[in-house]
Design a protein around this ligand. Structure first.
Ligand code: ADP
Ligand code: ZN
Ligand code: ZN
Length: 689
């Protein structure tokens, strides 16, 4: 019998912005499926199924986006798909819509969004790892069924939990709670209610966290609180086998709680009923390469698409989210006090470094405070957002500085391994014994990083156990977690670290925080630097005084060493006043016409020579006009050269998001047509200007 042709329109992971047509395989699924289809019989292809096809000279996995009966290609040109993977339920149309939205919004081909969102082993040509994963899932060990006890909520927490559990339909909520106010407890109890209401098998909850390796406490709390419930984690640190297993567990609806980093926002979650984004302000929700998406923004879109509530939690909300809460688009839930009875926010003091000059980065005020805390057996944390020993080495005699030969950047001194290292391109050199230009043997480290402060601390407090946590000290997998555990166990007296130590940790015995050199960000060319600095300092300050104050103990304290004690940012920190400083920043943004009151996209170009990159951007600027779009001048990026490649950027702005989106669509089509050897990429809603 001559059946009508069934055509598959397939998304493939290629830069070509199109779907690819294939005839359906001879006996769909028969080649690999052992369940569901009669041997040799046809299985109707479905949207969202993976399909193996030949593309060019290779075989690859695609995703069926449409089943049609017509192709614009002549019949003899149509290839036949090789096999449909039918042993798994297809991806849902909601999931495909999410990918389609992300592709449209970030101006990428659908295939480049959807296919990489799937675990590698799922799109492998062989199905052995899928079969293995499914078997393992079946055998998954039963958990200990006694849930950890949960503390009684305080009134503010109870209100928040009620609001979340009773929200119906799309309802974005900002859970605005000061550091240590017990947001985690709110998430856990709200999740318990949502899972309970939905009945045993009907609901899934997605919890997004900034960096899972830095917040193992949350994963532990979730597992302890929901011992009978399957919890799946998704993050880039998982081995491929585990990633596939966890992804499948979510896709099959077995995992009721999915806890993951930004990439988890694209997980398949057929029964999703609630999304929680912890520390929603955190920059790591923004993917900074490839598809440069904001997981927070996609999560909000997903909640609206599925008509479910979403909770965005933070003590220092992003200005975007804050603005939505102010305007009433997001509902605001507040926790104004610390949750542990008798735990109070630390006292914040400014140390004027003009008067109390730091020696090796440490003022006498800070040293005295450290000594007192050490005597009492309490822990201290010093925050310096610069790793290495010194950011540059220089020669006084001739003015030589340790520039990276391949980048517009200094080589950083790493004294422990006696190397100069470029943090942009990774180039390493031995520390020169004498100035390479004039031969002067007296070359100096200039400025300081965490290693140098660590050294100074050891000299001041030889008895103290000093621990440094930064990207250098935690290269080995799992070492960051181990390091934090030694702090929790009380085996560390003074912790010194970069932004890694600022996030989320609930240190019980930590009563002093010192902030060493925060001023540089006050004068950055990036208008977001102030917002970021403020959030970061509030967060790091929030690590102090989280437990109840000891009998006869002193109030916990934060010392900020600054040359600008009059700056309003520091005044707001001293008053623990996020609200009014956020208001100041927002009105500045409104006046200067900056996001969130303006919408932006950034076109970046890379070439061996800056001229070529700038020339391409100039060409891009002139190839399309639009009345609602402002095109800025192409300019070199701040760090212009990285690894011998010059980089330039062109910022495009509009007061209207739809206008910007419409323009970008047309513009991308033009740009794809330009003949150029320059590498270029577009970022929508860029965060680093
Ligand atoms: P946040 O995430 O808001 O900074 P956490 O969720 O880490 O705060 O909570 C801070 C501390 O307060 C934790 O030690 C937690 O166990 C405790 N806590 C939370 N809720 C309560 C409560 N209702 N009663 C007593 N302690 C609580
Ligand atoms: Zn010299
Ligand atoms: Zn370099």
């Amino acid at each position: 019998m001559n059946r009508p042709q069934t055509l598959l329109k397939v998304a493939l992971d290629t830069p070509l912005d199109t779907l690819f047509d294939y005839r359906q395989p001879e006996s769909a699924g028969a080649a690999e499926s052992n369940a569901g289809s009669e041997a040799g019989g046809r299985v109707d292809p479905q949207l969202g199924q993976l399909v193996q096809v030949s593309f060019g000279r290779r075989e690859t996995m695609g995703l069926i986006i449409e089943v049609a009966d017509h192709s614009d290609l002549p019949g003899e040109k149509l290839k036949q798909a090789l096999a449909i993977r039918s042993q798994l339920p297809p991806l849902s149309s909601e999931w495909l819509d999410l990918c389609r939205f992300a592709a449209d919004y970030y101006q990428r081909p659908l295939g480049e969004v959807a296919i990489p969102a799937l675990p590698k082993n799922l799109r492998a040509l062989k199905t052995t790892s899928i079969d293995r994963a499914l078997k393992k899932l079946e055998k998954a060990a039963a958990h200990d069924p006694t849930p950890a006890a949960c503390p009684a909520l305080n009134a503010a927490q109870r209100q928040a939990v009620d609001a979340i559990a009773m929200a119906s339909g799309y309802q974005p909520m900002l859970l605005y709670g000061v550091t240590g106010s017990g947001k985690t407890e709110v998430y856990l109890q709200a999740i318990a209610r949502v899972l309970g209401q939905a009945g045993e098998a009907a609901a899934q909850v997605l919890i997004l966290v900034p960096e899972i390796n830095l917040t193992p406490q949350l994963e532990e709390s979730v597992r302890q609180r929901f011992p009978g419930v399957e919890v799946a984690t998704l993050h880039s640190g998982l081995a491929e086998g585990e990633r596939l297993r966890n992804w499948l567990s979510a896709h099959l609806g077995r995992a009721r709680i999915v806890l993951g980093t930004r990439l988890a926002v694209l997980a398949s979650l057929p029964k999703l009923k609630l999304i929680v984004i912890d520390e929603e302000h955190d920059p790591s929700y923004k993917q900074q390469e490839g598809l440069r998406y904001s997981a927070r923004d996609l999560a909000v879109w997903r909640a609206r698409q599925l008509n479910i509530p979403i909770v965005l939690g933070s003590a220092t909300p992003s200005l975007e989210t804050w603005q939505h809460a102010q305007s009433g688009r997001y509902r605001q839930l507040e926790l104004r006090a610390r949750a542990v009875p008798d735990a109070v926010l630390p006292q914040v003091r400014l140390v004027d470094v003009q008067r109390d000059k730091p020696v090796e980065g440490l003022t006498s005020t800070l040293l005295t405070a450290l000594r007192k805390r050490l005597e009492k057996g309490e822990q201290a944390l010093l925050f310096l957002n610069r790793r290495g020993y010194a950011p540059v080495v220089s020669c006084d005699a001739c003015g030589w500085v340790s520039n990276c030969p391949r980048c517009t950047a200094f080589m950083v001194l790493h004294k422990l391994d006696r190397r100069l290292r470029c943090h942009h391109c990774g180039l390493e050199q031995a520390i020169p014994k004498a100035c390479p230009t004039c031969g002067n043997i007296d070359v100096h480290p200039f400025g300081r990083g965490t290693q140098r402060v660590e050294e100074a601390l050891q000299q001041h407090f030889p008895q103290a156990r000093v621990l440094r946590i930064d990207a250098d000290s935690t290269r080995r997998k799992g070492s960051a977690q181990e390091a934090f555990e030694t702090v929790h166990r009380g085996e560390v007296d003074i912790l010194i670290g970069t932004q890694m130590v600022a996030k989320g940790h609930d240190f019980q015995n930590l009563t002093l925080v010192g902030i060493l050199n925060p001023d540089t960000a006050l004068f950055s060319h990036d208008y977001r630097a102030g917002e970021r600095l403020f959030a970061q300092l509030m967060q790091v300050a929030g690590r102090a005084g989280r437990a109840a104050q000891k009998e006869g103990g002193n109030r916990s304290e934060v010392l900020i060493q600054t040359g600008y004690p009059q700056h309003p940012l520091y005044a707001a920190l001293t008053a623990h006043d996020y609200d009014s400083y956020a208001q100041v920043l927002l009105s500045e943004r409104r006046q200067a016409a900056l996001p969130p009151f303006l919408y932006q996209a950034m076109l970046r170009a890379e070439a061996a020579h800056l001229d070529a990159a700038l020339e391409f951007l100039e060409q891009a600027r002139n190839c399309l006009e639009h009345p609602a779009i402002v095109m800025n001048d192409p300019i070199p990026m701040t760090v212009t050269r990285v690894a011998n490649v010059d980089r330039a950027q062109l910022l495009v702005e509009s007061e209207s998001r739809p206008a910007l989106q419409a323009f970008l669509k047309l513009w991308m089509a033009e740009l794809r047509g330009l003949k150029t050897r320059v590498r270029w990429s577009l970022e929508v809603d860029p965060v680093d200007i």
